[in-house]
Design a protein around this ligand. Structure first.
Ligand SMILES: *[C@@H]1O[C@H](CO)[C@@H](O)[C@H](O)[C@H]1NC(C)=O
Ligand SMILES: *[C@@H]1O[C@H](CO)[C@@H](O)[C@H](O)[C@H]1NC(C)=O
Ligand SMILES: *[C@@H]1O[C@H](CO)[C@@H](O)[C@H](O)[C@H]1NC(C)=O
Length: 406
């Protein structure tokens, strides 16, 4: 009896539907009329290293009482996208960087918020001070002119404030404030595109993250969608005024925090949903390891006075996201569908809510606080524990959240 191998004899044309689909797919992939949400953007999705969703969620403790929901929103519509929160040597504060480019500080009820520092002499009230609209998308066109201070740290001896500005790089301003002085704006002869957070070593060197070599903050969404890993951990050495590459090839490196004894530092890799450790001293010097795989997308890391680490996380990962991260070609097709980007993004995401988590030096989870309904806190960027209180920043909303702790 004669056996037919269909592909050999009739070829693809026996399957008109298949052929049609292949043509449709090719059409979407090439997107000749640029109708997909990426338009003419050179979208280059790559595979990246996200731990299996099921495994992470199985071991992740839940906060059944959803305790972050009991938090209080303070300074509503007085601060705009306060990403990082810091207190000076006298305990005055918080100080925070805003979406309008200013660094402001809270001077108590009678004075209120005052402008403390600016990252560029070109800042003007007319151009940059857009109040509650500073967190709206139209400000993004002004960010490179007005600045976007993200990470803040006071030097514990000099009282100088060090700033990681997304557009102006690493800067410093004295205890009296004013216009900040740039320290690190270039590395290996090229501009730093996206400085994000920093910490100061006791020898004066500044460790900081540069989130991507390809995208600045304005286009950070593409870093997540592509899974690209061109981010770096950098170090600025004041004595020589030089900037060095410490680690390269990171996927959205974000928060940075040195340990108490400074034998290591922790940093977050937002796209890969994980907390990492880089060893500065001891037998492991120079090596990197995963401290914890997280249920969502981490931002800053801050140490409390017990030497433990608070991580702010935007939750949650979804099983769909994991498929996307392992198969870049699916993303190539998906994000070229002629639909709106926020519709596409919503389809694959769950409702976002907030998780903050406390780790010890070994990476054990000591505490998990959630706002499962996203009722109070959304898009958190940093948790700072000071004197029995958590101060919680957000990059996209106009308030600071607080919660008594422990
Ligand atoms: C929290 O909820 C989960 C699932 O609903 C349950 O398995 C767990 O025992 C609960 N934990 C506490 C402390 O109530
Ligand atoms: C200030 O604006 C001028 C004119 O647009 C520009 O040349 C200069 O580089 C700006 N300075 C800074 C620090 O951004
Ligand atoms: C400070 O210490 C770090 C970590 O050991 C080192 O990489 C850096 O070069 C030191 N900086 C200076 C100025 O000595």
């Amino acid at each position: 009896m004669e056996r037919k191998t269909p592909f050999k004899d009739e070829g693809l044309f026996q399957y008109p539907l298949f052929l049609l689909m292949a043509i449709a797919m090719a059409f979407i992939l090439m997107d000749p009329f640029k109708v997909g949400p990426l338009g003419s953007h050179d979208f280059r999705p790559v595979k990246h290293n996200v731990a299996p969703y099921g495994k992470v969620m199985k071991n992740w403790p839940r906060d059944n009482r959803s305790r972050l929901g009991f938090g209080k929103l303070e300074f509503v519509n007085e601060v705009y996208g306060p990403e990082s929160l810091e207190f000076d040597l006298n305990g005055q504060g918080p100080y925070t960087g805003l979406a309008d480019g200013r660094i402001v500080r809270w001077m108590g009820d009678s004075v209120g918020w005052e402008t403390f520092a600016l990252v560029t002499p070109n800042w003007s009230e007319k151009l940059c001070a857009n109040g509650i609209h500073s967190t709206a998308s139209k400000q993004s066109k002004l960010e490179h002119k007005c600045g976007r201070p993200l990470g803040l740290r006071f030097h514990r001896e000099t009282g100088n404030l060090y700033i990681a500005d997304a557009y102006y790089g690493i800067m410093v301003v004295g205890p009296e404030g004013g216009i900040a002085t740039p320290l690190a704006t270039h590395v290996e002869g090229k501009p730093i595109l996206f400085a994000n957070d920093l910490d100061i070593h006791r020898n004066g060197s500044i460790f900081f993250t540069d989130t991507s070599k390809r995208y600045n903050r304005l286009h950070h969404f593409f870093i997540l969608l592509e899974g690209e890993a061109t981010g770096r951990l950098l170090r600025y050495d004041p004595p020589t005024r030089t900037t060095h590459v410490v680690l390269d090839g990171l996927a959205f490196p974000n928060g940075v925090q040195l340990s108490t004894d400074q034998t290591f530092l922790l940093f977050t890799e937002t796209t890969n949903c994980r907390l990492m450790r880089y060893w500065l001293e001891g037998p492991m010097t120079g090596s990197v390891e995963v401290v914890a795989d997280l249920p969502g997308f981490p931002d800053n890391v801050r140490m409390n006075d017990k030497g433990q680490f608070w991580v702010a996380i935007d939750c949650c990962r979804t099983p769909a996201q994991e498929v996307f991260s392992h198969h870049p070609w699916i993303r190539s097709i998906y994000f070229r569908l002629p639909l709106r980007m926020n519709f596409l993004a919503r389809l694959m995401a769950m409702e976002m809510y907030t998780v903050i988590s406390l780790f010890n030096e070994k990476g054990d989870i000591l505490e998990v606080l959630e706002d499962q309904k996203g009722a109070v806190m959304k898009l958190v960027s940093e948790v700072k524990e000071v004197n029995g209180k958590l101060w919680i920043g957000t990059v996209a909303h106009n308030h600071i959240a607080t919660l008594p702790y422990p």
